[in-house]
Write a protein that binds this ligand. Structure first.
Ligand code: SF4
Length: 484
């Protein structure tokens, strides 16, 4: 398993990426490439399932990076066929940091009408209740992953074919779910009724692709066709794409944090370039929170487009004041105390010649616990900066996410326990400002900002307003924000 990198406890982490291909020889090779392009969405483990009429269903599930597991001929030869799906994961609820290989997706179920494999991005917010009910009724679970509930619910459905059984199962599930699934002849994609997590459709000369993000279509030369709509199920065969709407129609609540941080900057979300949106966020931030300074520097890499936007809007020169060591990886990061204490210095180094004597604006995507921000501030001051001003490309993260993103418990989130002034003092910086929620909405294209009576996105980690009640967490004692 790849070791934790120095920021691992101080970033929100997307938990999964999903990818599927139908209609091309050795589809699993395309899936491996797609998963490689989605590696930023999960680095802990990956899995691929394929189907070949002569060899049936085959699967390979491994810990670690896609490039270390799904590039060997020996592994890929075990995954023949023109139909394949795959999954990369950080970790799902129930087994954080102690994943067993049985928790690695895709999951497989054998039904009377044939087998089906399924991979899921998101989080089922009523999984505990469903699991209890299914176990009482005789289901035997093999993993601690909540996604396995979907397979068991499908097994209990009385519908005659697999897509209909999947519809039945997903109607019982609450939360955020983008799903790719396959039978012997079909590739299936589904998004939850609010469309919280992304899923897009692409086309190859001889086939079809489903992917969490468009950047993974590019790597295999597939053309972007469209996003799967919130609440839509697509059933893809050699004959083409069929669209179903099995759920009650609801207003979309896509995850706004995908625009800020999770998605790759070369992806397109909702018809908008993620890179351009992040640059817009930087521009909004410069309008909302100007400060007199000499340089605008990104915290690499995720703060880069917003820092460029801030610089363009403010006219303050952009500079690479912090350099990321791209190759600091598995080889050197041994889990010894001495090396762990080096913390962010393993990954980032300050460009002293540039920083010395300067008033520096540092642009980062978010502040979660604040531990990394403090260390970076110390490094900048050690390098001789005169002033350090933090500008953050998201509003204060004050609430946990229950929709497929790994967040610390609420009391560990800096913004949950401190005001902006207290955070400024705690981090020891000259100033700290976050983009406002309205400013963020404007940057993603909502000219009038956030519609408070019916928000256009999910923004629960900032607002505390959860579009789907996190039932399991409430049962475990989580307290929702009191109604205003
Ligand atoms: S709570 Fe935050 S991270 Fe989670 S889905 Fe909503 S906006 Fe995205």
């Amino acid at each position: 398993m790849p070791p934790a990198h120095p920021f691992d406890d101080d970033k929100l982490k997307e938990e999964c990426g999903i990818f599927g291909v139908l209609g091309t020889v050795d589809a699993a090779n395309f899936v491996a490439l797609g998963l490689h392009a989605l590696q930023h969405r999960g680095q802990e483990a990956g899995g691929i399932v394929s189907y070949h009429p002569d060899h049936g269903f085959n699967s390979a599930r491994r810990f670690g990076y896609v490039r270390d597991n799904f590039t060997s001929q020996k592994v890929m030869e075990t995954l023949p066929g023109a139909l394949s799906i795959g999954h990369v994961r950080y970790s799902t609820a129930g087994s954080k940091g102690q994943t067993a290989i049985r928790d690695v997706q895709p999951f497989f179920g054998e039904f009377a009408m044939g087998g089906a494999a399924i991979a899921h991005n998101g989080n089922i917010t009523n999984a505990d209740a469903l699991r209890r009910e299914l176990i009482e009724r005789g289901s035997i679970f093999q993993s601690s992953s909540d996604s396995e509930c979907i397979i068991h619910l499908m097994a209990r459905s009385l519908q005659r074919n697999i897509p209909e059984r999947m519809e039945d199962a997903l109607r019982r599930v609450e939360g955020a779910f983008s799903v790719v699934a396959m039978t012997r002849t079909k590739l299936i994609g589904v998004r939850d009724p609010l469309g919280v997590r992304p899923l897009v459709l692409g086309q190859l000369p001889t086939g079809w692709v489903l992917s969490s993000e468009t950047c993974a279509l590019d790597i295999i030369g597939a053309e972007f066709v469209r996003e799967i709509e919130p609440g839509e199920m697509v059933v893809i065969t050699d004959a083409g794409v069929e669209s179903h709407h099995p759920f009650r129609r609801q207003k979309s609540r896509f995850c706004i944090f995908e625009h800020v941080y999770f998605s790759r900057p070369d992806s397109i979300l909702g018809g908008r370039s993620v890179y351009e949106t992040r640059e817009n966020i930087g521009r909004e931030l410069a309008k909302e929170a100007p400060v007199d300074a000499d340089l605008v520097c990104p915290v690499p890499d995720s703060g880069t487009p917003a820092a460029i936007g801030y610089s363009l809007e403010s006219g303050i020169p952009y500079a690479m004041g912090i350099i990321r060591n791209q190759y600091m990886g598995r080889t050197f990061i041994e889990p010894t105390e001495q090396i762990r204490n080096m913390g962010v210095r393993l990954k980032l180094n300050v460009n002293r010649a540039l920083i010395k004597g300067k008033r520096v604006i540092l642009v980062d995507d978010s502040v979660v616990r604040g531990t990394t921000s403090r260390k970076i501030k110390e490094m900048i001051l050690d390098a001789g900066a005169k002033e350090v001003h933090f500008r953050i490309a998201s509003p204060p993260t004050a609430w946990p996410c229950f929709y497929g993103v790994d967040t610390p418990q609420r009391e560990k989130l800096l913004a949950a326990t401190m005001s902006e002034a207290e955070m400024t003092e705690h981090l020891g910086v000259d100033s700290l400002k976050f983009i406002s929620l309205d400013g963020l909405y404007r940057a993603v294209g909502e000219a009038k900002g956030r519609d408070a009576s019916s928000p256009q996105y999910c923004d629960a980690c900032f607002s505390g307003e959860y579009p789907v009640k996190p039932a399991d967490m409430i049962e475990k004692g989580f307290e929702m924000k009191a109604a205003e």
